[in-house]
Write a protein that binds this ligand. Sequence first.
Ligand SMILES: Cc1cc2nc3c(=O)[nH]c(=O)nc-3n(C[C@H](O)[C@H](O)[C@H](O)COP(=O)(O)OP(=O)(O)OC[C@H]3O[C@@H](n4cnc5c(N)ncnc54)[C@H](O)[C@@H]3O)c2cc1C
Length: 375
Amino acid sequence: MKKKIAIIGSGIGGLTAANLLIKNSDIEIIVYEKEKMLSLDEGYGIQLAPNSISILNKIGFGNINKNDIFNPLKLNFYSNNNKICDLDLGKFNNESIKYTTLQRSTLIEFLKDKLFANNFRFGKEVRKVSKIKDKLLINFSDHTNDLVDFIIVSDGVFSNTKSIIEKKDIKPRYNGSVAIRTVIKFSEEFDYESKNISLIMFPNAHVVIYPINKKNDFNLVCIVREKLSQNYDIHSIIKKKILSKNKNLENLLKADLNLWPVYVTKKPIKSIHDNVFYLGDAFYTFVPALAQGASQSIEAAFELFNLLNENKKNVQNLYFKRRLKRTKQINKRSKFNYFGFHISNPLLEILRNFFLKRLVINKNFIQSYLGKIYK
Ligand SMILES: Cc1cc2nc3c(=O)[nH]c(=O)nc-3n(C[C@H](O)[C@H](O)[C@H](O)COP(=O)(O)OP(=O)(O)OC[C@H]3O[C@@H](n4cnc5c(N)ncnc54)[C@H](O)[C@@H]3O)c2cc1C
């Protein structure tokens, strides 16, 4: 008898899990998505480190159109206006596994193309989950239902499904910062290296700029510490926290800007049901300072796929234990980076820049700080 798996949420994590699990003919998968369709017009960028590219390659990422992705070789660090040093990202690459930047929608499109229309159900939100012997009965808000063997919950940072299944109100925490994003075209006014990632640090803010394809499109994201508000004035935040320190960015920040408050998970949880798994941001959402959110969703999908594929007993405990260990490792570095990127004390800023210059060329440090993440 085929095992039936419901995947809740068709983001990067859910679709990667679907792509991997669909290869197993003993498993039937259905992806339930709240929206009416996949959002493929979203132009913002993501970075994928070698740890996730090696997994995506197993489902054919190597054949993606090379004009739709970019492989930056360096991460350049700037303090306000001045370049401090660079990190060689190429040292983590090999012939087929390369640090990659691209539009999120390019990745979603790639992941969608490997699935069939009958794997998807759109406009579906979970209302109730009940245990019936070894199975789980899902009731959806449109009064339909499904009886499944496993549920993979990958509905993102706010994970409404998690609260419904665990029968308690589980909310993420406001991180005290906002993300302001835009996509820009390369122009004469571009003062940063167009083939690399630029990370520009300010007191209480950082800006990341990188190419997302070979068509001269660049992602620009500002992470700025800011109190939670109902009414953000994007341009006044940018002026006060960024442009007052760096005029070079003025032209780049004239484009259409969008703002999102940044939320993070308080604590990862194991479900009350043995056959429910939380994946990606629904498991744990990190502070955006190590660019590992999407990569961790992909890694988690691969871990879960292996455990389910091998028909392991005790899958939930094994999955949770491994994910918790990895999450702690990533979280420590994300928080440390976030602190370092946003230093506001002038003396600490000098010290940070002094140590950063040395650390980026220290092989042992880089191997243990990033090599363990990108392995
Ligand atoms: C500013 C910023 C920059 C980032 N940059 C990077 C980066 O450079 N590199 C990187 O690796 N990561 C980055 N991330 C993180 C990354 O985008 C996320 O970690 C990743 O998208 C999480 O994938 P996911 O599949 O868990 O969730 P999502 O991609 O959020 O997908 C969730 C899906 O579930 C659906 N859904 C929601 N609720 C329900 C429901 N109740 N029922 C059914 N479906 C539902 C949604 O519509 C969506 O399709 C960044 C994040 C931020 C905030």
